[in-house]
Ligand binder design. Structure first.
Ligand SMILES: Nc1nc2c(c(=O)[nH]1)N[C@H]1C(S)=C(S)[C@@H](COP(=O)(O)O)O[C@H]1N2
Ligand SMILES: [Mo]
Length: 512
């Protein structure tokens, strides 16, 4: 008789070998066939899970884990799979057919996830099918071994079963890790990115000295690429070969057009300072960053295609199937909506959309900032919707006026006397006209504003608190946008169209 404990170990071994086999084959599949699909069952299940995440759960995950949400998903999946495999193994030790049947059902779920990825074809399920066949066979064998110990040496055979299962589990896990590492086939694309000679923009921007703070702890006016927040649904950063990249304009147009990366680089590029903001950013949060972007205005490509008058939206699509729905005016009016190829003077990093992404001033990223963009479908809001809209987010996503205190930090201790308070404020495409700070519930005091080279980017501010007295105090900030509208005090969560409310920090002032 196999005991449930032995069964559980057999289940773990079978699960690990299934996934190890599937992930190694999937890596080979990606490297050799260079298809666009997602043959890895782990990535496909994770991506399907992300797709099915309701707004409240996404909100919770981003609030709790921030940009480490993908790591959290990985840990959650590993724990879930461990429990499932051990459970099914234990069940199989008593009810063999049922256990093996359910093991196959879990395998089918993986195959279903693989083939339903937008970029996958049916053949992409091959690695998973092979993995499940190997794993099921192995589970049967391990259970047999436990069930029929040789009469002479029952104990020895049990020990041998445990050792074999343990060894196979380790092998399987190594296979999974190797598969993941191998399929990160980024090297060629990364090298291509570094070698790209960017055209010189016909309009260059420089950041005026007056926009930059000399206060060390103050937020940098330009956010460096490697500390720029990253938010997307891609469990593995898409590595797009610029030579094979095409951008198509389809839908309600006079004529469909398609351009290559080389053609895009030959157009007249401009530079623009634009602050991106994620709709999931909470009050005082850091899912916001400012960069100098270089690219070709989207309006020019749309003009080439000829937008039909009935169109009111552009559905931009990424290589991995993700979409954003942007109001057509935002892409055709005179703002700097760009097909961006560079960020702070470098080709776009892979994480931020190499080779080409959209950057649209004034709109949250989920309705505008498509990375790895491959298609612009000119359409209507009543005919199409972007990725997040059916998942509980508003179809329209203008950025709400916001302000943040960066100095001093929440819960900081500061010395009594003069205290410098500083931060940023943003109301993209409207600009910031005023920032005010309040201590405890006293009157609002105007902060000093640094220069604002463009209304499309954030504005730094500072205020000197003349006489901070010992004790606990509350600091609050609010901004007024370029239209004279004061930032709302109404507290709202990120879903469905962005958080609001005044950022508040608590400080302890200590006698000096
Ligand atoms: N392809 C793709 N593009 C995407 C997303 C995505 O999930 N997939 N997320 C959007 C969201 S929600 C935001 S806030 C911005 C973030 O851009 P960043 O990661 O470069 O900061 O990208 C947008 N572009
Ligand atoms: Mo976002």
């Amino acid at each position: 008789m196999t005991t449930p404990r032995e069964g559980a170990l057999a289940g773990l071994a079978a699960g690990a070998v299934t996934l190890g086999t599937a992930e190694l084959l999937a890596a080979a599949w990606v490297r050799l066939l260079a298809g666009a699909g997602v043959p890895s069952p782990l990535l496909a299940v994770g991506a399907a899970f992300v797709d099915l995440t309701p707004a409240w759960l996404k909100d919770w995950a981003v609030t709790t884990f921030g940009t480490a949400d993908k790591v959290a998903l990985g840990v959650g999946m590993a724990l879930t799979l461990t429990l499932i495999c051990a459970g099914l193994g234990a069940l199989s030790s008593r009810h063999r057919t049922l256990g093996l049947g359910l093991f196959a059902v879990v395998g089918l779920v993986g195959m279903a996830a693989v083939v339903t990825r937008p970029s996958s074809g049916p053949l992409d399920a091959t690695p998973t099918v092979v993995g499940v066949l190997v794993g099921s066979w192995l589970l049967g064998r391990l259970l047999d071994r436990g069930a029929h110990p040789t009469p002479q040496a029952g104990g020895a055979s049990r020990r041998e079963l445990l050792q074999t299962a343990g060894g196979l589990t380790v092998l399987g896990v190594v296979g999974i890790a190797a598969g993941q590492a191998l399929s990160t086939a980024g090297r060629a694309a990364d090298r291509a990115a570094r070698a790209i000679g960017l055209p010189r923009p016909t309009r260059e921007v420089t950041v005026p000295a007056g926009a930059v703070s000399d206060l060390a702890e103050h937020t940098a006016y330009l956010t460096p690429n490697d500390s720029f927040y990253r938010i997307d649904t891609a469990l593995r950063v898409p590595r797009v070969d610029p030579d094979g990249w095409r951008l198509k304009v389809t839908g309600l147009v006079e004529r469909e057009v398609e351009i290559s990366y080389a053609e895009l680089l030959e157009e007249e590029h401009v530079e623009a300072l634009v602050t991106l903001t994620c709709v999931s950013n909470t009050v005082g949060g850091d899912l916001v960053g400012n960069a100098r972007w270089q690219g070709w205005p989207v309006r020019e490509l749309l003009a080439r295609a000829g937008v039909r008058p009935e169109a009111d939206m552009v559905l931009s699509r990424s290589v991995d199937g993700w979409t954003a729905g942007t109001p057509i005016e935002a892409l055709t009016d005179d703002r700097d909506a760009l097909l961006a190829v560079a960020m702070n003077g470098e080709p776009l990093p892979a994480q931020h959309g190499f080779p080409v992404r959209l950057v649209v001033p004034g709109l949250y990223g989920y309705v505008s900032a498509t990375k790895w963009v491959t298609e612009l479908k000119v359409t209507r809001f009543d005919a199409d919707e972007g990725y997040w809209t059916p998942r509980g987010w508003s179809a329209l996503g203008p950025i709400k006026t916001a302000s943040r205190i960066d100095v001093p930090r929440d819960r900081a201790r500061v010395a009594a006397g003069e205290v410098v308070v500083a931060g940023v404020a943003w109301a993209q495409h409207r600009g910031i006209e005023a920032v005010e700070v309040q201590v405890d519930e006293e009157v609002w005091r105007p902060a000093e504003l640094l220069d604002q080279p463009t209304v499309d980017a954030w504005r730094l501010w500072r205020w000197t608190w003349p006489e901070a007295t010992p004790g606990d105090h509350v600091l609050r900030v609010r901004a007024t946008d370029g239209a004279g509208e004061v930032q709302t005090a109404d507290v709202a969560a990120p879903a469905p169209d962005g958080a609001s409310g005044w950022h508040t920090v608590r400080v302890r002032v200590v006698g000096s």
